[in-house]
Design a protein around this ligand. Structure first.
Ligand SMILES: Cc1ncc(COP(=O)(O)O)c(C=O)c1O
Length: 455
């Protein structure tokens, strides 16, 4: 193993990294990404990578977009910071709230700004509790999320997340957060069960959980239209229709966590549009600024907004908010980023390049290591299996996908390993030709790993 460079040594010495094995990190050090341009990033050794994960599912317009730099600079010069507490406001946050609400075509009424997906979902939990207290429903507080769902890492949002690594030894989840099954047809369906039947069973399971907990105690259901960090899991046909019907039956709020699926990822402006979800609350982040600035938003419909508004009047304040809620620089960057998404038809591009991605990956489905290819638009995953017929995982889980992730760097490609799956979520600007290039690099990495496993 090569000795760590000076900058790697400083990283290892001073920084504790998120989602990293800190012991292993001390010996292998970080790969240092130095700059980015379009769909590519470059490390400090001069290596170029096609960033097929858009960073963290987030850089819609690509790296190095000068218009976002200029928008930030202009706003920094004019008003680098101001808050939105206590009846103060500023142009960028107002314009952004108006634009986001406009995008929902009347479905949503108000936007509340936060700084990360986690904070947004934390805010959602508090809003759901506040809403039910305002309605005098002191018991109606439980929120149902899903196994493998990802909603962040704060105490409340980490509780909503349904992944063991986010709970283990963090003393989570909180008692009022419950989890229902992950709607993954490939693994979850019974022999002969159609997607529609599987979706019905998932909805029945949700209803059974509500009845077991007591409907008077269950306030809301939260889900990502397509699960992202849990492995890019696309719901079975009719799933969202059936889940929403159960929620409405028990007077529960429906929360769509669109942190990844918002702003074109699935080839529609929102994932809710693609899956016919009519949420009461929508959570947005990541592609809202292409992650050039930290920003997230919670959109609430009129039903929720009216209750929260009048309750804040009774209590004297809505006692929640962040110093940087609606930060003017982040909001200015978001507005320019959304303008670019509109002007360059990036939602449509996601549909077109996404169709190429889905087709090119599905064309590899006969590969002996590939169990399932799944995805919608410009998000996809290839699940690797140790036994194709039995759909069995590797031992240990992630052995092959982790190796593909590592090897892909040698082929100039950044993907993500999630368990046994390899995920793709490139910038929305990617062209069909660049998609084919990404898939071919992946194919070469997969072949290398196949040979390694056979050796
Ligand atoms: C659907 C979803 N919700 C919430 C989050 C948390 O966002 P953040 O990492 O900005 O806190 C993520 C992050 O990947 C996400 O994918």
């Amino acid at each position: 193993m090569a000795a760590l460079t000076d900058i790697q040594q400083r990283d290892v010495k001073y920084q504790l990294h998120p989602y990293t094995n800190a012991v292993k990190h001390k010996s292998i050090g970080p790969r240092i990404i130095d700059r980015g341009e379009g769909i590519y990033v470059y490390d400090d050794q001069g290596n170029k990578y096609l960033e097929a994960m858009a960073g963290l599912w987030s850089v819609a317009v690509g790296f190095g977009e000068p218009r976002l730099v200029e928008a930030a600079t202009r706003q920094m010069q004019k008003l680098p910071f101001y808050h939105t507490f206590t009846h103060k406001s500023h142009g960028p946050s107002i314009a952004l709230a108006e634009k986001l609400i406009g995008y929902t075509q009347g479905l949503m009424a108000n936007a509340f700004f936060t700084n990360s997906g986690s904070e947004a979902n934390d805010t959602v939990v508090k809003m759901v509790w506040y809403y039910n207290n305002a309605l005098g429903r002191k018991e109606k507080k439980k929120i149902i999320a899903r196994q493998k769902g990802y909603h962040g890492v704060t105490v409340a949002s980490g509780s909503l997340t349904g992944l063991p690594a986010n709970h283990r030894d963090f003393d989570l989840p909180l008692p009022r957060i419950k989890h229902t099954s992950c709607p993954h047809y490939y693994h979850g369906a019974k022999p002969g069960e159609t997607e529609e039947d599987f979706a019905t069973r998932m909805a029945n399971e949700l209803e059974a959980l509500i009845l077991q907990e007591g409907p008077e105690t269950v306030a809301a259901f939260i889900g990502e239209p397509v699960m992202g960090a849990g492995g890019v899991i696309v719901p079975p046909k009719t799933y969202w229709e059936k889940i929403q019907a159960v929620c409405r039956k028990y007077d529960m709020l429906v929360i769509a966590d669109e942190v990844i699926t918002g702003f074109g990822r699935l080839g529609t402006l929102f994932g809710s549009e693609r899956f016919h979800i009519e949420p009461d609350i929508m959570v947005l982040s990541k592609q809202i600024t292409s992650s050039y600035q930290p920003l997230s938003a919670v959109l609430i419909n009129q039903k929720v907004a009216s209750v929260i508004t009048s309750h804040s009047g009774e209590l004297g304040t809505f006692g929640h908010g962040y110093t940087a809620s609606g930060h003017p620089v982040a909001a200015a960057v978001a507005l320019e980023n959304l303008n670019i998404i509109e002007e360059r038809n990036l939602v449509q591009n996601a549909a077109q390049s996404g169709a190429v991605l889905q087709e090119a990956l599905r064309a590899m489905a006969d590969h002996p290591l590939i169990g399932e290819v799944r995805g919608v638009g410009l998000i996809a995953a290839v699940e690797l299996v140790s036994d194709k017929a039995a759909r069995s995982p590797f031992d240990p889980v992630g052995k092959a996908a982790g190796a593909v992730y590592e090897k892909a760097h040698e082929h100039g490609l950044i993907v993500r390993a999630i368990g046994d799956s390899v995920a793709f979520c490139p910038p929305l600007i990617i062209t069909p030709e660049q998609v084919r290039d990404a898939v071919s690099r992946f194919g070469r990495a997969l072949d290398d790993v196949t040979r390694q496993l056979q050796a």
